[in-house]
Design a protein around this ligand. Structure first.
Ligand SMILES: N[C@@H](CCC(=O)N[C@@H](CS)C(=O)NCC(=O)O)C(=O)O
Length: 215
């Protein structure tokens, strides 16, 4: 039985898990939770995830929330040793650090923009969040100074996390390619993955959605 994933295309962490499974050749049974219609607050979903967020993985009754935990689980359970989440302790520590950068800095600031806009509590983006995102872009440029991917020379789950988040952030705070040449080159590398079509579709949808919510 394929593991079930509660998700929605527009969500960066949900996409990252789908892309991780795709890279690993793991089939997932995708179940959409439309957070634009507040479906995450339905009692049956809250029972699965009281934090009311997607993605959530249900692997034959084993429930795990948060993309940054789900992706290491998928690699460790189904494709142990895969370079997406390396076994080498130092390489893995680097991937973990980048995952925390996404979770605690990049995505954390993005979600502070996103949810108030989606819930129509505001029509503006606070300046301090844009400043924090700019700082995060500078840090990301630094990660990529001497390496092809965010945690070294190989594509890892950290690239999937950061790429999907950057895609959504770009809907209202584009990465200026001339200011961040390393990010621009890395984005080109990510665009060459088999996940690009779906990520691009999500990015286009998000950009239009943000434009309408901000006008
Ligand atoms: N750290 C979590 C973040 C999950 C998250 O915040 N997901 C958003 C969509 S991008 C969500 O479901 N929001 C609905 C809500 O907070 O009610 C992860 O990586 O899975």
């Amino acid at each position: 039985m394929a593991p079930k994933l509660y998700w929605i295309l527009a969500s960066p962490p949900a996409r990252a898990v789908v892309f991780c499974a795709k890279q690993l050749g793991i089939e997932l049974d995708l179940i959409e939770v439309d957070i634009l219609k507040n479906e995450q607050y339905k009692p049956e979903f809250l029972k699965i995830n009281p934090l009311h967020t997607v993605p959530v993985l249900d692997d034959d009754g084993f429930i795990i929330t948060d993309s940054h935990a789900i992706m290491p689980y998928l690699v460790s359970k189904y494709r142990k040793g895969n370079s997406l989440y390396p076994e080498d302790i130092k390489k893995r520590a680097m991937v973990d650090q980048r995952l925390h950068f996404d979770s605690g800095t990049l995505f954390a600031n993005h979600i502070r923009v996103c949810m108030p806009l989606l819930n129509k509590r505001t029509k503006a983006i606070p300046e301090d969040i844009l400043t924090a995102l700019t700082e995060a872009y500078c840090v990301l440029e630094g990660f990529l100074l001497d390496s092809k991917y965010v945690a070294g020379e190989d594509l890892t789950i950290a690239d999937l996390s950061i790429w999907t988040t950057i895609t959504n952030c770009s809907g209202y705070h584009p990465v200026e390619k001339n200011k961040y040449p390393k990010i621009a080159a890395w984005l080109k590398r990510m665009e060459a993955t088999p996940c690009n079509d779906l990520n691009k579709a999500a990015g286009d949808y998000i950009r239009d959605l943000f434009q309408s919510l901000l006008s």
